[in-house]
Design a binder for this molecule. Sequence first.
Ligand code: TXA
Ligand code: MG
Length: 329
Amino acid sequence: MAVEIATRTMLADAEAIAEAAHILQAGGLVAFPTETVYGLGADATNGAAVARLYAAKGRPRFNPLIMHVADPAAARRLGKFDAAAAALAAAFWPGPLTLVLAKADDCPVAELATAGLETIAVRVPDHPVARALIAAAGRPLVAPSANRSGHVSPTTAAHVAADLNGRIDLILDAGPTRVGVESTIVACTSERPVLLRPGGVARAAIEQVLAGPLGKPTPAQAGAPTAPGMLASHYAPATRLRLDADEVEPHEALLAFGPTLPPGAARAVAVRNLSPAGDLVEAAANLFAHLRALDHAGARAIATMPVPREGVGEAINDRLKRAAAPRST
Ligand code: TXA
Ligand code: MG
C-alpha cells in the first residue's frame, strides 16, 4: 500500500463504537470483534471502501465477502431465503453460520463486495460489539477476517495490529473471541443445502435442523475462485506444519491436544496445548493464537497432534490441513 495511515486501537465502549460507525459511514476501515474471529469492516454499499479493504488485506484478487447484518430482516433485503435457509437462520442466528443465497432484487450491496456473483453470503454475528456497530453504522458491513491475506485469522486485537497496523483506521478491542474459528458457510442456492466451509456451527447440528444430510460442493463450488476459503494454503503460518504427529522430532515445536503428550515432547522448541482436557470447543478458541505463537518460536516445523473430527473438530482439522498445505505464493 502506498500510504501509511495511523491506526488507533480503542476499548470497544459506547463512545468508541459511535466513532467507529462514523469512520465506516465515511468509507473507512474498522476492525471489530465477532464471536468467531476479528473482522475487518467496511461499508458493503460503498464500492470504494470495499476496494480499500482488499488493498489493506493485500488480497491477490477480489474474493467475495460476507455481509454482516444486525438481524434476519436486514438479511432478507440482501438475499432470497428458501425454506432451508429460513430454518437455518431461525436455528442459528445470531451465531457463527453464514448463508450463501441468491441475491435479492434491488440488493444495495456494491458489486465488488460479491465479486460480481449472482449469490451473496450473509450472517448475523453473535457479539454485542459487532451488533452495536452494525446498528450504529445503519448499513450492512463486509468483514473478512482482519488479517493480511494468507495469514491465520486474528482472535485478539493484538493479532489484528500485528498484521494491519498502518493500513486501517481503527481497531475495536473487546478481548479474545469466544469461538476462535470462522463461521460455517452453507449455500442454500440449490435443492439440497451444501457445506462450503466447516466452522463454528457443527455439521451435525445443521443436519439435524435440515432433517437430512448436507450436500457436497460441486467441483465448481470447491475449486472456483469464488471460494477462496477453500484455497489450499489459505490459513498459513510461515513455519511448516507436520500433521498427525505421534512424536516430536529434533528442532520441532509441538501443537498438542489432550492430556497425553507424545514421545519427544520434552525436547520440543516450544509447546502449546489446544486443550489439555481434550475439549474441542476450547481447542477451537485457542487454535489461531497458538499457531501464531508457535510460528514465532524459531522451530524447523510445528508437529501437530491429531484432533478428533467430530463437532467443531471438523473445522479445526480443515484449518490445520490448509495451514500445512504447500504455499501458493
Ligand atoms: O467468521 C467469519 O465468517 C469471519 C468473521 C469476521 O465474520 N469472516 C470471514 O470472512 O471468515 P472471509 O472473507 O475470511 O471468508 C469469506 C468466505 C470466503 O471463503 C468466500 O469465498 C466465501 O466466504 N463467500 C463469500 N461470498 C460467497 C458466495 N457468494 N459464494 C460462495 N462463497 C462465498
Ligand atoms: Mg479469512
